[in-house]
Design a protein around this ligand. Structure first.
Ligand SMILES: [Zn+2]
Length: 247
């Protein structure tokens, strides 16, 4: 089975979790029953890790556990608290939420700082930066990029009382200049939206790849993603690897 490959890391990218009949959240949505089934599958055959564990493995050049999986949620929607958090608690699966610090507690469908703190205190949910205001950083000046990077880092560190070392690009948009500034601002790991599975140790030549979990994904799609980061199977993945190695 491909999913038992050693030294690989599948990072899932989620956004919204909600009720089965909720049609309001677009395609980046998973209903809570499907999410629950996905967690069961992960607990049975894989090893969900925390972002802190991953950062520690990277900095201290440690092996990651076999079949390591990291769950990530972008944008900090309040449904992460209402629907995802109870299931994460029940199944004891850790996850990371990438927040925009100016949006927390100020927009209706976004988490409040109280919810962030409660989840953080459970030690099951960790938080990292998605910028201050979800800006497309490639289009910003150096000064504005650095503001998005350092301000969000400062606010999160103050709220959580620990260093924040990971950054997730809004819209997955980055280039060499933006990436350089990310590391200059003190981050050690960066997360993109390009699909795929990561080999370990991560060489940091490009942002970490993620598998997109979306509405209407079935169990087979999810299992394929665990193995390859893609839904369409191994051939697509092999072609993709081939094209990347040619670049
Ligand atoms: Zn986002």
């Amino acid at each position: 089975m491909w999913c038992t490959r050693k030294k690989s890391l599948c990072i899932f990218m989620y956004h919204h979790i909600g009720e089965k009949n909720d049609e309001s959240s677009g395609s980046f949505f998973i209903d809570n029953e499907t999410f629950s089934q996905q967690l069961d599958l992960l607990v049975k055959k894989h090893h969900p890790i925390t972002l802190s564990e991953l950062e520690d493995c990277y900095v201290n050049k440690k092996e990651i556990p076999r079949n390591a999986v990291l769950l990530t949620f972008d944008d900090g929607y309040s449904d992460n608290y209402t629907y995802a958090y109870p299931l994460l608690l029940e199944k004891k699966v850790p996850a990371t939420i990438f927040l925009n610090t100016d949006k927390v507690g100020t927009e209706k469908d976004i988490l409040t700082w109280e919810q962030v703190k409660e989840m953080y205190e459970s030690k099951l949910v960790e938080f990292a930066s998605h910028g201050v205001d979800h800006k497309r950083l490639r289009k910003c000046s150096n000064e504005d990029v650095l503001f998005e990077l350092t301000k969000s880092k400062e606010v999160l560190e103050q709220m959580l009382g620990k260093p924040v070392k990971s950054f997730c690009y809004p819209y997955g948009a980055f280039d060499k200049r933006v990436r350089r500034l990310v590391f200059k601002a003190g981050y050690i790991m960066d997360f993109g939206t390009r699909k795929g599975i990561n080999s370990w140790p991560w060489k940091s030549r490009r942002p970490l790849l993620r598998a997109h979990v979306m509405r209407n994904d079935n169990v087979k799609d999810f299992q394929r993603q665990l193995a390859t980061g893609y839904k369409k199977g191994i051939i697509t993945w092999l072609c993709r690897q081939q094209s990347l190695s040619l670049k």
